[in-house]
Design a protein around this ligand. Structure first.
Ligand SMILES: *Cc1c(COP(=O)(O)O)cnc(C)c1O
Length: 365
């Protein structure tokens, strides 16, 4: 069976070595030495100022909204994972959807200003599939209208734009270290900021608002992560360059084999790097996509419809303004299997099945 992704597990001895230390110390959570070490190496590797390791990428988003004390409307993308929208609603704010750019599939800055009202407080955009948003345009709009900016950078681990880490954009960026992500800690995530005051707030908010054992400086939640998860992260991290290289090679093979089919691929802006987290393709129609999925499934191959449905169609976002580009993209996009252990022969088989479907339908090729 081939699935859309497969978690990379580091050599067990390496994880085990770190577990030995945990057993010796008897220290499992509450800012232990491995959590601190992971935060330090991530800050260095990612080139960011403040980074807090948290329980998952969803709580990272919720903490970002909470720390910025947002109350009101948040302009956001309809094309992302559900957590981007659900965290806004969970924090008592209202998502206002603005359509995406048909080339990059990220929030379209040209359509943001007409959606701004006196109730707008912030913009929450996703670097979808690791493609950087137009952060300069979004920064200009935000400063013109005094809005805060949060980036859901769950897909953008290690991505740079014009030589700068994309994680330094906006007021806060969030990462997910879920087992399906390029770099993972089993479950986990991070909040990142360059702002010292905001960093202070995030640091106590993730730990119940504690300021020392008997003091609280404000409202907090338990968003800490454990030594066990940090140990997984520290064991996986040294392999990330190798994981990216392998994914790059497999993506290039897909590119070569699928080129004759003229399937649309998201455009990477000039000056942006890719981390090869995903291999999304856009079919011409939903019918063609469903035919391809059925053909792949019949060979025990399970790609995923990332991201479907568009987030304007959730049970709690009904009645949101229509976003025709996102609706169309969501109905036609498919992420093909891409992971470290995937073999060239398997990529060839997948490309062959898709080619047959497209030719049978007479739509592409
Ligand atoms: C995975 C993901 C999240 C949620 O992260 P978790 O760690 O699973 O909570 C949020 N946003 C996007 C875009 C994601 O892909």
């Amino acid at each position: 069976m081939i699935t859309v992704t497969k978690t990379f597990l580091p050599p067990l001895e390496e994880y085990h070595k770190l577990l030995n230390g945990i057993w010796e110390r008897g220290w499992l959570t509450n800012e232990g030495p491995l959590v601190e070490r992971l935060e330090e190496v991530l800050k260095q590797e990612l080139g960011v100022k403040h980074l807090f390791f948290v329980s998952n990428g969803t709580l990272a988003l919720q903490l970002a909204i909470k720390a910025l004390a947002l109350k009101g409307d948040i302009i956001t993308t309809p094309f992302s994972y559900v957590a981007t929208t659900s965290s806004i609603v969970w924090e008592g704010c209202r998502p206002v959807f603005v359509d995406i750019c048909p080339e990059t599939l990220c929030l379209d800055p040209a359509q943001i200003e007409s959606a701004i009202t006196p109730d707008t407080r912030a913009i929450l955009a996703t670097h979808v599939f690791g493609t950087p948003c137009d952060v300069e345009a979004i920064a200009r709009i935000a400063s013109r209208h005094n809005l805060r900016v949060i980036y859901d950078a769950a897909h953008a681990f290690g991505v740079s734009h014009l030589g700068q880490s994309v994680l330094n954009s906006g007021d806060v960026s969030t990462l997910s270290f879920h087992a399906t992500k390029l770099f993972h800690t089993g479950e986990g995530g991070a909040v990142i900021t360059t702002n010292d005051e905001l960093a202070h707030r995030l640091s106590y908010m993730r730990n119940f608002g504690h300021n020392g054992p008997n003091q609280f400086i404000g409202l907090g939640i338990n968003a800490k992560n454990s030594e066990l998860h940090a140990a997984m992260g520290l064991s996986v991290l040294p392999y990330v360059p190798q994981l990216m290289q392998r994914r790059q090679a497999l993506s290039a093979l897909y590119d070569a084999l699928l080129t004759p089919l003229d399937l649309q691929r998201p455009m990477l802006p000039a000056g942006a790097s890719s981390n090869y987290s995903y291999y999304p393709v856009l079919f011409r129609s939903e019918e063609q996509l469903l035919t391809a999925v059925a053909a792949l499934n019949s060979h025990d191959i399970y790609p995923r419809r990332y991201f479907y449905p568009a987030l304007t169609n959730l049970p709690y976002t009904q009645g949101a303004a229509a976003c025709p580009v996102a609706a169309s993209v969501a109905s036609r996009v498919l992420c093909l299997p891409l992971y470290y252990e995937l073999a060239e022969a398997q990529v060839e088989q997948i490309a062959q099945i898709i080619t047959e479907v497209c030719q049978r339908k007479g739509v592409c090729a």
